[in-house]
Design a protein around this ligand. Structure first.
Ligand code: BTN
Length: 265
């Protein structure tokens, strides 16, 4: 980890925070391998709920299924939060979805008339392109602690060729520079509220998530599991699993990538 003397982004976020627990404390580093890696190390050392790590640049940012997460230096938000949530059982599967809902609701405030869409389980898209990726990790079989990593493309104006068709940023969608510190403070507040709601009213979280879920009623294909599953996307169940209507009846999907563009399948 390389510590920088320029802690302005971290300081600006801290000054704007209105949360009770998330982002408290907030550790800023200019460059790090991955904020999820250092948050996992902190979680192992019993970091309290809300402890957050924010970086201006990650040399080895990663996403779901071991994919790389590439974000240009000093233009985006890459951060991770250690969570200890008062939940257990089925509802645990809703945490990634609740996180995506919360971030999308924070984004929604900066991008009207555009509306962020959710791609199961926790990608956030604007104009059909990914603007935010979310990665949850835990230490072992137990629910807590959870490390929630968020990569939000804020002011990046160009992407490497391999991402240019699939990625976007708040700047590209709104045509305007977005203040990263305010955006992060807003994301943390939305996360705190929505994760709280998951304990008290999970049905409401599911309802709000489903409202912006892409592809409901459409044909889709699930890949990344042992088999390829094709069906109509019906919605999500209490555990956050995806429900598909297939030629063999209803199927519940716990993991995989949803592909909605069936034209070339
Ligand atoms: C995905 O879309 O597959 C999830 C991407 C998650 C990226 C974020 S950036 C901050 C945190 N640190 C990482 O290395 N990954 C997450």
């Amino acid at each position: 980890m390389s510590h920088s003397t320029d802690t302005s982004l971290g300081q600006k976020v801290s000054a704007l925070l209105t949360t009770r627990t998330l982002g408290r404390p907030l550790h800023y580093v200019h460059t790090v391998t991955s904020t999820n890696t250092i948050a996992m190390e902190a979680a192992q050392l019993d970091a309290p709920h809300g402890t957050s790590f924010l970086a201006d640049y990650q040399t080895n940012g990663y996403g779901r299924r071991g994919r790389l997460w590439q974000a240009a230096e000093g233009q985006n938000l890459t951060f991770s939060i250690v969570l200890h949530l008062p939940i257990s059982g089925t509802i645990t599967g809703m945490v990634p979805l609740a996180a995506a809902l919360a971030v999308s609701e924070a984004i929604a405030k900066t991008v009207p008339p555009n509306n962020p869409q959710l791609k199961w389980p926790n990608d956030i898209l604007l104009e059909g392109r990914k603007v935010c990726g979310i990665l949850l990790q835990s230490l072992g079989a137990q629910v807590n602690p959870i490390v929630l990593g968020i990569g939000l493309n804020v002011n990046q104006s160009t992407f490497p060729p391999e991402l240019s068709d699939s990625a976007t940023s708040l700047l590209l969608v709104t045509g305007q520079h977005v203040d990263r510190a305010s955006m992060m403070a807003s994301v943390l507040l939305h996360l705190e509220k929505t994760l709280g709601l998951l304990s008290t009213d999970p049905a409401l979280v599911r309802k709000r998530y489903t409202k912006n879920l892409m592809g409901v009623g459409d044909n889709c294909q699930i890949t990344g599991v042992n088999e390829k599953i094709i069906g109509t996307l019906i919605g999500i169940e209490e555990s956050g699993a995806l429900i598909l209507e297939t030629s063999k009846g209803l199927r519940t999907i716990y993991a995989g990538d949803v592909s909605l563009d069936m034209a070339d399948n």
